[in-house]
Design a protein around this ligand. Structure first.
Ligand code: 5GP
Length: 650
């Protein structure tokens, strides 16, 4: 799968070979110059020529099926010479005539004429069998029922001819009006002045504008014709300065083929350009034989109406289906400029761990199309991001390669717990690597907390980052709004303590049973006694309508997230080393420089390993500011829906 993306190298401007087999034919952010697409009359002539050829061919095909060659029999020749019946079309089928000439206002043959024509036939035919046949027809025509049916048919066919709209001749009626006005400027004739007054009338100008926009849409629709024996389609797209075309092309031998149509671009919105279509011409410029880089450069120069002559993809187009947009949180950083596998670098979308992405197309399982949350309005074109399984596969591959090279270098792994040297077996490692262990994306949904069930707030941070202090402050200022979960302990109650107020007191064996059953979010041992916070304690605070404040270690995050408590996790990051020293000094703490460094190092590590679980981060530069920011974030949970893992809402 990966290797297929390495095929088709193209040369970058620098000359460096890169593995991008597609080229965006128009890129977001790239300035298109103001060269208007030439209105190529030669090209239009060619198209008309193709269409004329097709029309003729169709007529010829049709003739074989419906028409009769008048020269094929003497009888018909005689018949065709009757001026009433008509030499060009000796068929009596009024319907056929009606479809051939949509401007005629009814069947060519009136009933009376039809009778005359049959009489003429009778006169021409001498043999008794024919006489008998024509007699039968005459009897039929004389019947009242037939006359009525024929009258109805006549009326209907006239109606149908009238509703058939003619196709627009131009989408530039406004330009034509202006041109005529320019010519009339020098005219002093009465008619000229009158026409000038008409053309400058705002109502007429509005009419022309409406005409052009409707005609523009109609003319953009596909025209199918013949080109070198192939069925081709003619597609017109309007390429505005601020609307990217949004398509990529690839070289397939000497052909230039539409490789990808990106959501949000003019190509996608028109619905006329499809993946697999071969581009023969753009505005009359032949494309076959050109390198995709040339096509890219060419299109960058163009603006306005682009006329594509295409050989439609032979692949059967799947029925258009409504794509369901899924929202994910990214669990890795992605930079397309650093990705040798991205099929089209210009269309790659960069993002950072924790970003919310809206996936709007997974048509290509390897390269999804997405927008970053908040970018949808400013960035009309979707970007390419690696699909989930593609990302998992290459991360596994990367991991295996790294592990192998480390093994070759004689590196070993340490088990953190035992601190004993422990060599891991490479083959078991790669075999046991579960794709689900590799974090890519998690599906998210918007969740608005109900007023009576507030989400618990988990404050995370290294010791001395100030998260404990922030929690204390919230509790002391608004004790009715905030609360802590009553912890459990195996130690004996002190004299003033009451079960369920300071602690839930329990036996060691009961604690251990609950711990094994996963009932604790976190736990620890202090002076041979066990302590811990249970999910039930947190739920108790939630049910009371207050906001449960938790200060947790990062290792509790996984359990907390799978607990159905819907926590909102805020990381309290320390400021710079110097600022941290100053802040701690106000609390009469005098940490050594290496201790300060350790706090910052610890925070960095926490962010690196668990950053994707943080809903927000507050850098504690100033306790007052940090407190206000914390209040703002907590209040926002009441006013705005937040992204939470979709699995929480199932
Ligand atoms: P004490 O027995 O004096 O109330 O608390 C002793 C220690 O246990 C303190 O350091 C306190 O922070 C810790 N402790 C209290 N509750 C919990 C808890 O829920 N979980 C953990 N891990 N430690 C706790």
């Amino acid at each position: 799968m990966i290797t297929s993306h390495m095929n088709g190298y193209v040369q970058e401007a620098s000359g460096r070979a890169v593995s991008h087999r597609e080229r965006a034919v128009d890129c977001p952010g790239e300035e298109s110059s103001l060269v208007k697409a030439p209105h190529c009359s030669a090209h239009m002539e060619r198209i008309q020529h193709y269409q004329e050829e097709l029309r003729k061919r169709r007529e010829e095909d049709g003739k074989g099926k419906h028409d009769i060659d008048p020269n094929a029999s003497l009888r018909l020749k005689k018949l065709s010479q009757n001026p009433k019946v008509g030499i060009d079309n000796p068929t009596f089928d009024g319907k056929e005539n009606a479809t051939k000439d949509s401007s005629s206002s009814g069947p060519v043959v009136e009933l009376e004429d039809l009778l005359q024509a049959v009489k003429w036939v009778q006169h021409c035919l001498n043999d008794p069998q024919s006489q008998q046949d024509v007699d039968l027809i005459m009897q039929l025509l004389a019947k009242e029922e037939f006359k009525n049916a024929y009258t109805i048919y006549t009326v209907l066919s006239q109606q149908m001819n009238r509703v058939s709209p003619t196709s627009p001749l131009t989408a530039q009626a406004q330009d034509l009006c202006q041109e005529v006005q320019r010519i009339l400027q020098s005219s002093q004739q009465k008619e000229g002045l009158e026409l000038q007054a008409l053309l400058t009338n705002p109502h007429l100008q509005a009419l022309m504008q409406a005409h052009d926009s409707v005609a523009g849409q109609e003319m953009a629709e596909e025209n199918v014709t013949q080109y070198l024996g192939e069925t081709v389609k003619l597609v017109r797209l309007e390429k505005a300065r601020d609307t990217p075309l949004g398509a990529t092309v690839r070289n397939d031998m000497d052909s230039v083929v539409v490789s990808r149509v990106v959501k949000g671009g003019a190509a996608e919105r028109s619905g006329l350009l499809s993946e697999g279509d071969e581009i023969l011409e753009i505005n009359g410029i032949p494309i076959r034989g050109k390198h995709i880089n040339e096509v890219h450069d060419l299109l960058q120069q163009m603006q306005g109406t682009l006329t594509f002559l295409l050989i439609p993809s032979s692949q059967i187009k799947p029925a258009p289906h409504r794509q369901t947009v899924i929202h994910v949180r990214a669990y890795f950083d992605y930079d397309p400029s650093d990705d040798p596998f991205v099929p089209c670098r210009e269309l790659g979308l960069s993002f950072q761990k924790g970003d919310i992405l809206h996936i709007i197309s997974q048509d290509d399982p390897n390269w999804w199309q997405a927008y970053r949350d908040g970018d949808e309005d400013s960035q009309p074109l979707a970007g390419l991001i690696p699909g989930k399984s593609f990302q998992q596969q290459r991360e596994t591959l990367k991991k295996t390669i790294t592990d192998k090279s480390q093994e070759q270098q004689g590196k070993v792994w340490y088990s953190k717990k035992s601190k004993k040297l422990k060599k891991r077996n490479i083959s078991t490692l790669s075999k046991s690597t579960d794709y689900d262990d590799i974090l890519t994306y998690e599906e998210m949904s918007l969740y608005h907390q109900p007023a009576n069930r507030k989400r618990p707030i988990a404050l995370i941070g290294p010791a001395n980052s100030g998260h404990d202090e922030l929690r204390r402050r919230l509790l002391s200022i608004e004790p009715d709004k905030f609360a802590v979960a009553v912890p459990h302990t195996t130690r004996n109650p002190r004299i003033h303590e009451r079960n369920g107020r300071e602690y839930h007191f329990m036996s060691r064996s009961a604690f251990e049973t609950d711990l094994a059953a996963g009932k604790f979010i976190e736990s620890g041992e202090y002076e041979k006694n066990l302590y811990g916070t249970s999910t039930d304690s947190v739920r108790h605070v939630i049910n009371s309508g207050r906001i449960c404040l938790l200060c947790l270690h990062t290792r509790s995050l996984r359990v907390l997230r799978s607990s159905n408590l819907k926590p909102y996790v805020i990381f309290i990051a320390p400021p710079s080393q110097e600022r941290l020293r100053a802040l701690l000094a106000t609390e009469r703490k005098t940490p050594k420089p290496e201790e300060l460094k350790e706090v910052i190092e610890k925070a960095r590590e926490m962010e690196h390993t668990f950053g994707h679980f943080f809903d927000a981060t507050i850098v504690n530069m100033d306790p007052e500011q940090a407190f206000h920011e914390l209040r703002r974030l907590i209040d926002k949970l009441d006013t705005e829906p937040q992204w939470v893992p979709t699995s929480w809402l199932c």
